[in-house]
Write a protein that binds this ligand. Structure first.
Ligand code: ADP
Ligand code: ZN
Length: 650
């Protein structure tokens, strides 16, 4: 039961834009070390060695029985013994017919051994001779041959070393370098540098970013000419923006435009590496890039290692991260941008980055990558539909209008989904309906098939009708596009409100309209049932957030005044020190509460006044499951209004 008012796009909880598939590369030394295959191989080698030592090299007697000395003499006398071998006090030998301790055939053998008694038996020799027994004598102190001893003692170790060498060579690929050094070779070497075919023509909607990077491209194309003309080149450019806005894409496009190799790695790979490897890899990465210069190094998810070392609680195991970060800093200080290597990095959390990374000579240029506006979205859609046959009823500009807040990766997904749906129904081209279904799926999450009791369904219908009705009634609210009581994603019902256009500045009246709308679900429930439910949790989260920001961030409370109590514009929930007194803290709490309560009162009042419309809307929802903008207006008899006409002050 989430209300999804405008401003940002409604997004299914926990959804993140899909990342481009990771280029499959050769496994690294570290990952080899962890792979089960490596360990199985090692175990096998051990096994073979032990087997070899014990079985192949050790003399393996045929099946033999141990017999008492007097039994041995009896057998000699009986003429059954063919030959004997004496080694010290032990006599082994063979018999004509099998002998044994028991009459059982399985216990019998033609080989036997026995032990000479400590007292000499002078009669034995003549007894043997009388019975024509061949006598062999082994020197009891005789050693096995030298090579055999050596092989048995050194063989297993030698084999292991040989196999390890072999494995390591395979891991590091052919080529020189120290044996151990091979472990620290970076992925940038193991993956060959890319030569991306991507160009700026593949990137849309972030024109400012492209404009910032044109200079980098020019420099990479002709470093000397660029400097002669007095250009100064940044060493590092940090791309800051939410996931899916095209940071990786634009970095690749820079390499493609300049036709230089693109060394890319994700910082999170360093963190998982075995100790000491991260730093060594960074060193190697920079070395390789400098050898290939002009070149681009791209480090994705820089925040994974570049997190501020101050003020965070470190729970051990972060040494690797720290070492890697230090190595990046050292490398960036250690080369001159004139060498023709430019480091691009991406992050969606510039606020958590270590200040050392942002110092001059490192990532001293920062470019913000914003979600695209309506025109940008249309341009991105155009790029991604280049190879998709479209029906004549598809209007990319209209789709762009319906998707405020979505980023490039979302739009690419929508195109994919729509194309798949069209293919599934066997159509030759992608139609308008395919797109609207794909948008709905992206915005609201996939439908969930859960059985709701009639009582629950009615409650949800009233809850959503409350949101929708207030969206229509409150001046300044975003138009209500759709309301549904089909469970989707995490929500049991959804009301979609989206702005007429992208908005970047919000008036106080608009913010209050959003709070009132968000409280509409709860207001309707308490009005109709006299009781509230847990279904309004997400709504209340929104209410609290907006009301709080109005007070501490946007100076919209007279009692607090035109002040901003946030750090760098970010509310700092874990800030150790509050930049205001205890008295102000109490006042802030009171003001947030006042705003929320005033809005709740207004919501209840409006719904009470329009109770008949609330009932008809809920009944229609129970019948139809979902209603679109026009159907909502028809059912309630209300008129659509453009929020801009209602005197929204901004
Ligand atoms: P980020 O690195 O910011 O998370 P990506 O560059 O990985 O985002 O974007 C993922 C995919 O989404 C891209 O490969 C591209 O297909 C698409 N995309 C994202 N932004 C844009 C854009 N501005 N123009 C065109 N396509 C985009
Ligand atoms: Zn709700």
């Amino acid at each position: 039961m989430a209300s999804k008012p405008g401003g940002g796009p409604p997004r299914p909880e926990g959804a993140s834009p899909p990342r481009p598939p990771v280029k499959p590369g050769r496994p690294t030394a570290a990952s080899q070390l962890r792979s089960p295959r490596f360990w199985i191989t090692l175990l096998l080698i051990f096994g073979v060695n032990i087997f070899a030592a014990n079985v192949l090299f050790a003399p393996q007697p045929a099946k033999s029985v141990t017999i008492p000395y007097n039994v041995f003499k009896e057998q000699v006398s009986a003429g059954n013994v063919v030959s004997i071998t004496s080694t010290g006090t032990v006599i082994t030998g063979t018999t004509k017919t099998a002998i044994g301790a028991t009459p059982k055939a399985s216990d019998k053998a033609t080989h036997f051994s026995t032990v000479l008694p400590a007292f000499a038996d002078p009669g034995l020799e003549s007894l043997l001779e009388q019975n024509n027994v061949t006598i062999n004598v082994n020197d009891p102190n005789q050693q096995p041959p030298f090579w055999q001893t050596l092989l048995i003692s050194l063989g297993p170790g030698l084999l292991i070393v040989l196999v390890l060498l072999f494995v390591m060579r395979r891991m590091a690929g052919a080529g020189g370098g120290g044996i151990l050094g091979q472990f620290s070779q970076s992925k940038a070497r193991l993956y060959d540098p890319e030569r991306p075919g991507t160009t700026f023509a593949d990137v849309a909607g972030i024109e400012e970013v492209k404009a910032e990077l044109v200079e980098v491209v020019e420099f990479l194309r002709e470093p000397l000419k660029f400097q002669r003309l007095g250009g100064t080149v940044p060493k590092g450019v940090l791309l800051i923006g939410p996931p899916g806005t095209g940071k990786t894409l634009v970095a690749r496009a820079v390499a493609g435009e300049a036709n230089v190799p693109f060394f890319s790695m994700s910082a999170s790979e360093f963190v998982e590496a075995i100790v000491g490897v991260g730093a060594a890899r960074v060193r190697d990465l920079f070395k390789k890039a400098r050898e290939a210069a002009p070149a681009i190094i791209f480090i994705d998810e820089l925040d994974a290692i570049g997190r501020s070392r101050q003020g965070t609680i470190r729970l051990g195991g972060n040494d690797e991260q720290e070492q890697t970060l230090n190595q990046i800093l050292t490398e960036m200080d250690g080369f001159d941008s004139r060498e023709g290597v430019i480091v691009l990095a991406a992050t969606n959390r510039a606020d958590v980055l270590d200040a050392a990374l942002l110092r001059p000579g490192r990532f001293d240029r920062r470019v913000t990558v914003m979600p695209p506006d309506r025109r940008g979205r249309a341009a991105i859609l155009k790029i991604h539909t280049r190879k998709v046959p479209l029906d004549s009823d598809v209007d990319l500009d209209a789709i762009a209008s319906d998707t405020p807040g979505l980023v490039g990766a979302d739009l690419r997904n929508i195109v994919n989904e729509a194309a798949l749906a069209a293919a599934a129904r066997g159509a030759g081209a992608v139609g308008e309906a395919d797109f609207s279904n794909a948008i709905e799926k992206t915005l609201l999450g996939t439908e969930r098939h859960i059985m709701l009791s009639p009582v629950d369904r009615e409650r949800i219908a009233y809850h959503e009708s409350g949101h929708a009705l207030l969206g229509l009634l409150v001046p300044g609210a975003d138009p209500v596009r759709k309301v549904t009581i089909i469970p989707r994603g995490m929500a049991l019902g959804v009301t979609v409100q989206s702005p007429v256009d992208d908005r970047f500045n919000y008036g106080e009246r608009y913010l209050r309209a959003r709070i009132i709308g968000a409280l509409g679900g709860r207001a309707a429930e308490s009005l109709v049932y006299g009781e509230v439910t847990t279904g309004a949790e997400n709504d209340l989260v929104q209410v609290t957030q907006i009301a709080h920001e109005m007070v501490v961030r946007w100076g919209m409370s007279d009692k607090i005044g035109p002040l901003n109590f946030t750090e760098n514009g970010q509310p700092g929930p874990f800030a150790m020190t509050k930049p205001y007194s205890e008295g102000t803290a109490l006042l802030i709490d009171a003001e947030v509460k006042r705003i929320a309560e005033e809005c709740m009162e207004r919501a209840c009042q409006l719904l009470t006044e329009h109770r008949p419309q609330l009932d008809t809307l809920a009944q229609a929802l129970l019948r139809e499951d979902s209603l679109n903008e026009q159907e909502i207006l028809d059912v309630t008899g209300l008129r659509s209004r453009n929020p801009r006409d209602i005197g929204d002050p901004d």
